[in-house]
Write a protein that binds this ligand. Structure first.
Ligand code: AKB
Length: 370
């Protein structure tokens, strides 16, 4: 049986014709670059570039895409930025006319709370966008003849633990348990993981001229992430960072989950470090495409106790929102990260106490003192 000789997309066809034209610059592409994680990643690339250039080595161009124009602080960290939709082929075409993409960090997504208000839009962005980027990566791989390395941030939202009793009994869950999420965002994350696996290993299975592994797909299931520099919006793990930032600003905060709500968390620098380490790991050492990681997993009440150690005046109350609480209840209270530890040397930098005393509090105090 024969399939069509080419992926059959305009993007693929024009990528091939471009390769015969003017030379393009090797590039790392970051989508959703204006978000919390995007900024951290752009900073890490800028630091890496400075190190490499000092050693007389080259570093690829860093190209950012975000729905909105990037702030100057972000733009200064990349070689080129594009404002627009990752589902817009014309935008991707413009980017590809100048850059040959060898690595992609696909961060653009609608988070879990926001996605429940507009599930179909969330699917279009979270799954449609991922599919478009995978397709672009496969076309680029065909053009330059080597696999494109692709990072996809998955989430504990990929899990759907059926009820609280099961959550408490399960403890730390492995990558393969409870994969029936209760949210559109979670369903989108599972789809992204599966699409990545397909493009990496089985893309165009029946085509005579197929490239066996056009994409080197790597993914981390992140817990809730806490940054000292930014307050997230649209997520359900946001109660942790919101509680801390409100206390540091001296503002009251009504926490939308019960005191006993428990999920895993980590700090933003640990998340950025983990992405960089996973993406630098030799392919032979990776036994899976998707890895759990976590640093600490306090209940909301334990998190508040830590906040009050530094901000004793914190005016925090608990006013659970039943719907958002039900999402947190469907996420595991801990993740088994043994595979990440064994395959690419993942280890958390902080526990709850040191995350507060060594990173969050000093930096947040400095931020709000400005
Ligand atoms: C969210 O709450 O939606 C995100 C996540 C856990 O992926 N922070």
């Amino acid at each position: 049986m024969h399939a069509t000789p080419d992926p059959g997309t305009d993007l693929a066809a024009s990528t091939a014709s471009r390769s015969r034209g003017a030379s393009r610059h090797g590039a790392i592409l970051v989508t959703g670059a204006g978000g919390e994680m995007g900024h951290g990643l752009l900073e890490a690339f800028a630091a890496e570039r400075a190190r490499r250039e000092e050693a007389g080595e080259s570093f690829p161009a860093v190209v950012a895409i975000d729905l909105r124009e990037l702030p100057e602080s972000h733009r200064a960290l990349c070689d080129e930025s594009f404002a627009g939709d990752i589902c817009d082929d014309a935008l991707l075409e413009r980017m590809l006319s100048s850059f040959e993409v060898g690595e992609i960090y696909h961060l653009a997504a609608l988070l879990s709370t926001r996605s429940e208000f507009v599930p179909e839009t969330a699917h279009a962005v979270n799954v449609g966008g991922t599919l478009n980027l995978l397709r672009l990566a496969a076309a680029e791989a065909r053009t330059h003849g080597s696999a494109v390395r692709f990072f996809f941030p998955s989430s504990i939202a990929a899990y759907g633990v059926p009820d609280l009793a099961t959550k408490r009994a399960a403890g730390a869950v492995s990558e393969d348990q409870f994969l029936q999420p209760h949210t559109m965002y979670g369903a989108n994350k599972v789809s992204g993981e599966n699409l990545g696996f397909y493009y990496a290993n089985h893309y165009r299975k029946l085509a005579a001229d197929r490239m066996a592994h056009p994409i080197d797909f790597r993914s981390i299931r992140f817990p809730g992430i806490i940054s000292a520099d930014t307050v997230p919006s649209g997520g359900t793990s946001d109660y942790g960072p919101e509680m801390l930032h409100a206390a540091a600003r001296g503002e009251p905060y009504a926490c939308f989950v019960r005191p006993d709500a428990r999920i895993p968390f980590m700090t933003m620098p640990e998340a950025i470090g983990a992405i960089r380490t996973l993406m630098a790991a030799p392919a032979e050492s990776l036994g899976r495409t998707v890895y759990n990681i976590q640093s600490f997993n306090p209940s909301a009440e334990e998190f508040l106790a830590e906040v009050r150690r530094f901000f004793p005046e914190a005016e925090t109350t608990f006013e659970p929102d039943l719907a958002r609480q039900s999402i947190v209840d469907s996420w595991p209270e801990a993740c088994d990260d043994a595979a990440a530890r064994a395959d690419w040397g993942w280890a958390p930098t902080y526990d709850l106490a040191s995350a507060f005393s060594e990173y969050l509090v000093p930096r947040i105090r400095e931020r709000y003192a400005r």
